[in-house]
Design a protein around this ligand. Structure first.
Ligand code: ADP
Length: 258
């Protein structure tokens, strides 16, 4: 069994007796230590899928296993939301240490690990600031620090870089990749951004419009290659993905359809 194993997942929302089918027959697998990217049109159920994986929604049919356990029993999962989920009234330092404190770690261990992770993410000199006093990229790094300090096995990210400018976005993608190379965490990332999907996604899952299902799965050998950005192969892969998203996959070059 793969680390992440989803089979025939269906999710319906019932609001005032109106049923919305958000996910229909979603099946995917992801090996431990790899980066999976989910891309699809707005409203196709990407956030629904992430909420299921985070154990926040247990109202589903089908099979969902993380390392052999249902999501609600899997304690080693971290979720980073679009708005980062930072606590505005706590300093950078206190935001990061909170998770460990809640887990009951000693104050010595908490201080050491908080310092290490802030140092690694280039935020130690900003430890006394509050989230509102940080740039978008710094807030994003703080959100990553808050998650990593808990040493999760699975990191879920919902459109993590969507509000950043293009350059900061690339810097954050590089940072995430460096973290992955160091930790070999399993990462599931949702994005609307095709270039981001091709740069980061070792496996790319393309979802259809609502009700969402996986219409294409790509094993992407270009993922994680800094020098690939801007090269013809990379652009061709982006184009293939773009056509796939528009449901016009038959026009994609054959060699780009593994
Ligand atoms: P995405 O993240 O791809 O934009 P979502 O998972 O947010 O998509 O939503 C998928 C579908 O489910 C949409 O049609 C949305 O309107 C609907 N939906 C999401 N959450 C709820 C909810 N709590 N109640 C009813 N419908 C919902």
């Amino acid at each position: 069994m793969d680390f992440l194993d989803i089979d025939a997942l269906c999710v319906n929302y019932n609001q005032h007796n109106h049923i919305t089918s958000a996910l229909k027959d979603v099946s995917l697998t992801l090996p431990q230590g790899s980066i999976g990217v989910i891309i699809g049109p707005s409203g196709c159920g990407k956030s629904t899928l992430l909420n299921i994986l985070a154990g926040l929604n247990m109202n589903y049919q089908g099979k969902v296993f993380i390392d052999g356990k249902p999501p609600q029993e899997s304690k080693e999962t971290a979720l980073i939301l679009q708005e980062y989920g930072l606590l505005p009234w706590k300093s950078v330092w206190d935001n990061v240490k909170l998770g460990l404190q809640i887990k009951g770690a000693s104050s010595k261990e908490t201080a050491e690990r908080t310092k290490n992770i802030l140092n690694k993410l280039g935020l130690l000199h900003l430890k006394k600031r509050f989230p509102i006093q940080l740039s978008g990229g710094q807030r994003q790094r703080l959100a990553i620090a808050r998650s990593l300090i808990l040493q999760p096995e699975l990191l879920l990210m919902d459109e993590p870089f969507s509000s950043l400018d293009a350059l900061t976005r690339e810097e954050m993608q590089d940072l995430l990749l460096n973290i992955w190379k160091e930790t070999h965490l399993t990462i599931v990332l949702i994005t609307h951004n095709i270039e981001e999907a091709v740069f980061l996604g070792q496996k790319i899952f393309v979802m259809s419009a609502s009700p969402g299902t996986i219409i294409k799965e790509i094993d992407n050998s270009l993922a994680g290659d800094y020098s690939a950005r801007g090269k013809m192969e990379f652009l061709e892969m982006c184009n293939s993905l773009r056509l796939g998203l528009r449901g016009r996959d038959e026009h994609a070059p054959k060699k780009l359809n593994p």
